[in-house]
Write a protein that binds this ligand. Sequence first.
Ligand code: AGP
Length: 364
Amino acid sequence: GAWDIGGHEHYMHKEICEQPDAVDRVLRGRIDDRFATVHLGGLGIDAREARGVRRVKILGCGSAFHAGQIGAQLIEELARIPADAEPASEFRYRNPVVDPDTLYIAVSQSGETYDTLAAVQELKRKGACVLGVVNVVGSAIAREADGGMYVHAGPEVCVVSTKCFTNTAVAFALLALHLGRVRDLSVADGKRIIAGLRRLPAQIAEILSAEEEIKKLAHSYADARSMMFVGRVRGYPVAREASLKLKEVSYVHAEAYPASELKHGPLALIEPDVPSVAIVPDDELLEKNRATLEEIKARHGRILAVAHAPQEAADDTIVVPHNEPELDPVLLGIPLQLLAYHAALALGRDIDKPRNLAKSVTVE
Ligand code: AGP
């Protein structure tokens, strides 16, 4: 059960280790091999309505917002619908233009985050269609939404989200595949994504089996004054989430930037005790990312790369397995959860209940 910590020292560790099973659960019963699509029974929108969607706007806070950023990219890539994510709080305070052809999606682990709930209520008051991508069954956001999908991560006890973030990203892959297949995504691409989804649980297990190596790296980076996380496009939300994770649990200051933005300012911070973590997937942006590593190295910054193959310009590389390029973000973040955990452990932090934080923020 949720409160049974098993052989783990912390819930955070338990929840990181549960991810192969959790991802298996979000996939279970939803894949349709015959039509190379997925069935999402609770969505409440039919194929015709799905085709009418002109835009997707995803709202959430913290890790849910970052999972939403991955979701927006997946929807753009697989369904070719313009999509973006925004912090729910910003959205609700800026008197947004609510558009009848936009599909709004609220993302939340707890389903009780006040800013996200308030955004949903405001949208509904204005007649918008709002879906929920939620973990806690029957929670306020799940009840308020017109439809949606549960991410089935199981109860998450640690204040710092890990397995729910991963499952939410996978849930968005399912939604993007579904929206893609009622639009212009081919059967062949649908099959390619489905095969990729099925590989995820074993690949996550493979990443987790390198824990000892990641622990050593965590010890060698934990004394950093500050850390810079960089990534491009698919790697950028991964960098943002990893940076948040490190801050929350280890209290080490961290920033996340799109790699291409470094030269527009943050490069001034790079020095030997400000290491960088670079997300370097083997995709069409590999050469660009390698140039970023050189840029950092020239300023004597240490570099830890998360990549599909060792990176020469990096001091250290955590190698993760390849999936399909669209699904790689799900895997690239996993070792950085362990990095944050072991850095926090080395620094003697209160892992499951970091100072100043609550599991769900039900106040404004
Ligand atoms: C995650 O590690 C954080 N503790 C926090 O950012 C969290 O994701 C955010 O408060 C949103 O919570 P929710 O998913 O329950 O809405």
